[in-house]
Design a protein around this ligand. Structure first.
Ligand SMILES: [Zn+2]
Length: 269
C-alpha cells in the first residue's frame, strides 16, 4: 500500500501539471462515468492530500475524493503518449498537455464539503500537513491513552497518525528506540514527541525523493545520503535474521494484528 509520502508527492506533481487548467474527464471503465461527467470541461482548481486521501477541487465546486487503497495506481504522462489507456481505467483526466490515468482505487467518488470535513476529522495528524488545529502530539496522546493494543499496531491506525504504512512504522519505531509491543497507553510523552518529529522528518524526505530512506549515512558506511545504496536504505523492514546496522543484534520479525513488524531486540526494549 502506498504510504503518505507517495500521496502528497502525487498531489504536488499533479498540481504542477494539471492545476488551473480545464480538463477532459471520463471513465473508460464506466464505474465513475456519472461523476467524471460532472467535471468534464471544467478547470481543476486544486488537488490536496490528507493522510492517504486525495481531494480534487474543480472550479464548479465539485470535489472528487480518491483513495488508492492496496491496488490503486496513477500514471501521469505528457501528451502525446504511447501509454495505452487500460480497460480498468476508472478516471482519465486530460489537459492540453498531460494525461492522468487512475486505475484500481478503493475510492473515486464525488463528495461535498461536509463529507470532506468528515473524512478529515476522522484522520489523526498528518506529518506532511504544515498547520494543525491542535498540537499533533496532544491529539495522538488523546487517541492512545486508553488503548492497550501494541504501539506498533496503533500507529497504523489512520485515526492516530495519518500516512504511516508498514515500512515507516517499523523504521520510525527503530529510530526512536521503542519496542513495538509496548502497550499504546504506556508510551510516554517524550517518546510520542520523538515519534512525531521523526515522522515529519522522514516523510518529508520521502516526499521529496519519492523513496523511503531512513538510514543515516554513517550507519551504512557512507558519507552522504545520496551515496546510500538501495539495499542500505532501511534499518529493519524485511531484514529479519540480518544483523542490526548499529549494534549487530539479529533483527526480528513477528505478526502484529495481521501485519509483520521488524525490530532490533537490543535497542527497542
Ligand atoms: Zn540494534
Amino acid at each position: 500500500m502506498p504510504e503518505g509520502h507517495t500521496i502528497h508527492r502525487a498531489a504536488r506533481l499533479q498540481n504542477k501539471r494539471l492545476r488551473g487548467r480545464p480538463v477532459q474527464s471520463e471513465s473508460p471503465q464506466g464505474r465513475f462515468a456519472s461523476g467524471a461527467s460532472l467535471v468534464d470541461g471544467i478547470e481543476l482548481a486544486k488537488i490536496s492530500a490528507n493522510g492517504k486521501h486525495l481531494f480534487y477541487e474543480f472550479a464548479n465546486d465539485v470535489i472528487v475524493h480518491v483513495h488508492l487503497g492496496l491496488f490503486g495506481k496513477f500514471r501521469l504522462r505528457s501528451l502525446p503518449t504511447e501509454d495505452p489507456v487500460s480497460e480498468n481505467c476508472r478516471w482519465l483526466v486530460t489537459t492540453a498537455n498531460d494525461r492522468l490515468h487512475l486505475a484500481g482505487p478503493t475510492a473515486c467518488e464525488v463528495v461535498d464539503g461536509e463529507q470532506v470535513d468528515a473524512i478529515r476529522s476522522r484522520l489523526g495528524p498528518d506529518p506532511l500537513v504544515k498547520r494543525h488545529r491542535r498540537d499533533p502530539v496532544e491529539t495522538m496522546a488523546s487517541r492512545l491513552h486508553r488503548r492497550t493494543i501494541p504501539i506498533g499496531a496503533a500507529i497504523l491506525d489512520q485515526k492516530v497518525i495519518a500516512g504511516l504504512g508498514n515500512v515507516y512504522r517499523a523504521e520510525i519505531l527503530y529510530r526512536i528506540g521503542l519496542d513495538p509491543f509496548t502497550p499504546a497507553r504506556e508510551v510516554d510523552q517524550s517518546k510520542l514527541h520523538a515519534l512525531w518529529t521523526e515522522s515529519v522528518r522522514l516523510l518529508r524526505l520521502g516526499e521529496r525523493s519519492g523513496r523511503i530512506v531512513t538510514t543515516d549515512p554513517a550507519d551504512v558506511g557512507r558519507t552522504r545520503r545520496s551515496n546510500i545504496k538501495a539495499q542500505e536504505r532501511l534499518y529493519c523492514y524485511k531484514r529479519q535474521g540480518e544483523p542490526c546496522r548499529r549494534c549487530g543484534s539479529i533483527i526480528r520479525t513477528a505478526d502484529i494484528d495481521g501485519r509483520n513488524i521488524w525490530w532490533c531486540p537490543a535497542e527497542q526494549s
